[in-house]
Ligand binder design. Structure first.
Ligand code: HEC
Ligand code: CU
Length: 309
């Protein structure tokens, strides 16, 4: 998570501004340090000497110089700052930008695409295409922050904030909620996968197609599908064609995600089993109840979830 290796146009503008402001700040620092050294070692009186004469109120050109100098430096900082602010406004995003709804929940992320694709905690976007993220919150204020893709923007209940960017380089970029939002705020992470346009089209097609059927010889997953269908999991979690939940992350393609519980754990069968058994011990405050389900039933459920590619 670094702001010094920008991978989108927005992050690049902010990075360049940061470097410029830092250089001007360095110039101010150099001037102040030199003036300080001169004052201490050259233009000061020694013990026993008379105090040097003051020029403060008598020299008009000096007064003008140290008023105009700093004013000019501030101007050189404010012009690019204001320009970057205007440039980064989402109104300037092209009309064909990919609009994705981002909904913050305590403590996970919901991503909804215009063609009906829904996913959680792992956002896929194409490189080289404008993306317009519409930020909303389901509960309290969160903040969307992917350091390599651009500055933070808050998700405020009852309001839609936007952030627009064109990602330049395929790769995985970690993100994090950047506004304190309660017990598991630090566990509200996410990942942005910037895919090449071809990879993105492939991902999109797989998502739209619904969950892949488990291989016919995977009896464990088939049993797990039955366990899921008859469990309280269906109240909260949506799996396309199976359940319509109203509260938790979409699980339709859970098996194709690399992490679970907002980036807290790697998505492995062991971790999923631990998560289902006692979510709160892994993620304090998690809004998913522990499920009293052990042995073969739980193993089957885990196999089913992992088969949802
Ligand atoms: C009361 C609603 C509720 C019920 C019931 C529930 N969950 Fe969840 N589940 C959640 C919430 C909320 C989260 C997000 C927790 C977080 O990351 O903070 C979650 C997260 C998950 C995740 C991680 C998803 C991801 O991509 O990070 C999995 C897997 C999961 N639940 C499986 C299950 C299974 C299996 C059951 C049934 C045994 C179940 N849940 C029952 C609400 C629920
Ligand atoms: Cu948050």
């Amino acid at each position: 998570m670094t702001t010094l290796a920008p991978k989108s146009d927005l992050a690049e503008w902010i990075y360049r501004l940061f470097i410029r402001v830092t250089l001007w700040d360095a110039a101010i620092l150099a001037i102040v340090v030199v003036a300080f050294i001169l004052a201490v070692f050259v233009f000061s009186s020694r013990v026993g000497e008379a105090a040097p004469s003051s020029t403060a109120s008598s020299d008009l050109s000096l007064e003008v110089a140290w008023t105009l100098g700093p004013a000019l430096i501030l101007l050189m900082i404010s012009i690019p700052t204001v320009r970057t602010i205007f440039r980064s406004q989402t109104a300037r995003a092209p009309a064909d930008a990919l609009a994705i709804k981002v909904i913050g929940h305590q403590w996970w992320w919901d991503f909804q695409y215009p063609d009906g694709i829904k996913t959680a905690n792992e956002l896929h976007i194409p490189s080289g295409r404008a993306v317009r993220l519409k930020l909303e919150s389901d509960d309290i204020i969160h903040s969307f922050w992917v350091p390599q893709l651009g500055g933070k923007r808050d998700l405020v209940p009852g309001q839609v904030n936007e952030i627009a960017l064109v990602a330049t380089t395929p790769g995985m970029y970690p993100g994090q909620c950047a506004e304190f939002c309660g017990l598991s705020h630090a566990n509200m992470r996410f990942r942005v996968f910037v895919d090449s346009p071809a990879d993105f089209a492939k991902w999109q097609a797989a998502e739209i197609a619904g969950p892949a059927a488990a291989p016919p010889d995977d009896h464990l997953a088939a049993d797990g599908a039955k366990v899921f269908a008859n469990s309280p999991c269906t109240t909260c979690h949506t799996i396309q064609g199976v359940s319509k939940g109203y509260l938790g992350p979409e699980l339709t393609h859970f098996g194709s995600r690399s992490t679970l519980a907002a980036g807290v754990l790697a998505n492995t069968p062991d971790n999923v089993a631990k998560w289902i058994t006692d979510p709160q011990s892994i993620k304090p405050g998690a809004n998913m109840p522990p499920l009293i389900l052990a042995g073969p039933k739980r193993d089957a459920l885990v196999a089913y979830l992992e088969s949802l590619k």
